[in-house]
Design a protein. Structure first.
Length: 360
């Protein structure tokens, strides 16, 4: 596999070696009641999510549009309230942690997908970056605030800061705007960055600059980063762990290199095979890529008994649609929601209880 070689990482990637959890979700669900031609329906945007983000870790959420990636980030950023399950922030229940909103938003910052829309085009960069400094009272006096803004711009490699500080967002490139957005987020000394596809609207030539910046900030500031993307190649490049989402569920997760080099779930394999790989065009002898069916993506308003990917899966079996799929666990914190894991000697599946079956 030649997709996006990973950066060298100094941070341990196994759960035992990583830092303490900053976000934990257990059996998290987010359901929405929406209108349809048949009347009101329930859309299960998230359905039974188990997820952990640790200190100093970059975790990637990977999946196609509508898989639930952004919804999970919006739960952590207090935009959506959970319908069910348990969410903890630094070991504290989300509701309790969110009571002090000012402090919560200092610790948790969201970087938006579109740097052309997330910055006020009528305000200078100086105003944009200094605003959170003033709101959170992180510096007093005009000189101290100006020095703080200069420091922030230099931290995101917009140097010299004097070249950018009195310009407008419309004067900057997309990559420079996204760096300003990151500088604005760093102004409040956060513990977590929620990066929702921060490079998808940037030219390919400057995407690596933003990814490298996120990785450098993790190493220098000890930040935890939730990196949301549909591109598993960029996830491999920057992340320590990958969580693959489909139909509102995390169907496979584990250390990045293990997920990329040894995927179990057919959907994960399809994501990897869809990434640009020069070896496919050089007669390297690689096996042919899996091909999914042309069936429509899963409709999250319809309750599915088994695997939500079954109607598109090239390796589907009768048991994939007849009963709930148990989650199997492998070494180094790997887990997968697929019957193919039963054939792997390195994976174990806890025996489900009747109560667990009823809950699913």
């Amino acid at each position: 596999m030649s997709i996006a070689s990973p950066r060298s990482r100094s941070t341990p990637t196994t759960p035992e070696g990583a830092g303490h959890p900053v976000f934990e979700a257990h059996d998290l669900s987010v359901h929405f009641r929406v209108d349809s031609p048949e009347g009101k329906v329930t859309v299960r945007a998230l359905d039974g999510i188990d997820f952990t983000l640790r200190e100093g870790e970059i975790a990637a959420l990977v999946g196609e549009s509508g898989s639930g990636k952004t919804t999970l980030a919006r739960v952590f950023s207090l935009i959506h309230a959970p319908t069910g399950g348990d969410v903890r922030v630094g070991g504290v229940p989300l509701k309790k942690a969110a009571k002090d909103e000012r402090r919560y938003y200092r610790d948790v910052q969201l970087i938006f997908q579109d740097p052309f829309a997330s910055l006020n085009a009528l305000k200078k960069i100086r105003h944009i970056v200094e605003r959170p400094v003033r709101i959170h009272r992180l510096a007093a006096g005009r000189r101290a605030i100006a020095e703080k803004v200069t420091e922030l711009l230099e931290r995101v490699n917009l140097t010299p800061a004097s070249r950018y500080i009195d310009r407008y967002p419309t004067d900057l490139s997309g990559g420079q705007r996204q760096r300003v957005a990151i500088a604005k987020s760093l102004a409040v000394n956060p513990k977590v960055l929620l990066a929702d596809e921060p490079t998808s609207m940037l030219d390919a030539s400057i995407r690596l600059e933003v990814l490298n910046l996120l990785s450098d900030l993790r190493e220098s500031e000890g930040l935890a980063v939730l990196y949301i993307t549909h591109d598993i190649a960029s996830a491999r490049y920057v992340s320590d762990r990958i969580h693959v989402m489909y139909g509102g569920r995390i169907i496979e997760s584990g250390p990045t290199e293990q997920i990329v080099s040894d995927p179990v779930h057919p959907y994960t394999r399809l994501l990897i095979d869809s990434a640009p790989d020069p070896a496919h065009f050089k007669g390297s002898g690689h096996s042919a890529a899996l091909r999914s069916s042309t069936a429509a993506p899963v409709d999250n308003s319809i309750e599915v008994v088994g695997c939500r990917f079954a109607n598109r899966c090239p390796l589907v079996r009768p048991e994939c649609t007849s009963a709930p799929i148990p989650r199997s666990f492998g070494p180094d914190g790997r887990d997968v929601l697929c019957v193919l894991a039963d054939e792997r000697p390195d994976f174990t599946c806890p025996t489900p209880t009747p109560a667990a079956d009823a809950a699913r």
